[in-house]
Design a protein around this ligand. Structure first.
Ligand SMILES: [Zn+2]
Length: 88
């Protein structure tokens, strides 16, 4: 059974607000390995954590340099590389 109408309206309003926020303030994040887009997020640093508001899939995060945080696909079936010629 689906949620009652007021709950669906509230969820829809929240999704629309997030979409508008990301459209204006969001940044496109691409995979550091293959360059394909991962998602559009609003990055916020808060209490020692980097929050990616709007992230839609899990990513692998690692420092590329002292001041550079890189994001990569977790699911390698979506990440083409020379060692994975079956990924298109
Ligand atoms: Zn990738």
């Amino acid at each position: 059974m689906s949620d009652p109408l007021p709950v669906r309206i509230r969820e829809r309003a929240r999704k629309d607000a997030l979409r508008a926020l990301l459209l204006v303030l969001g940044r496109d994040v691409a995979c550091a390995a293959c360059g394909r887009p991962l998602f559009r997020v609003l990055p916020i640093v808060w209490r020692g954590q980097l929050r990616l508001i709007g992230a839609t899939e899990p990513v692998r995060a690692a420092f590329g340099a002292r001041d550079t945080l890189e994001f990569r696909h977790v699911e390698l079936d979506h990440c083409p590389a020379p060692e994975r010629p079956w990924v298109r």
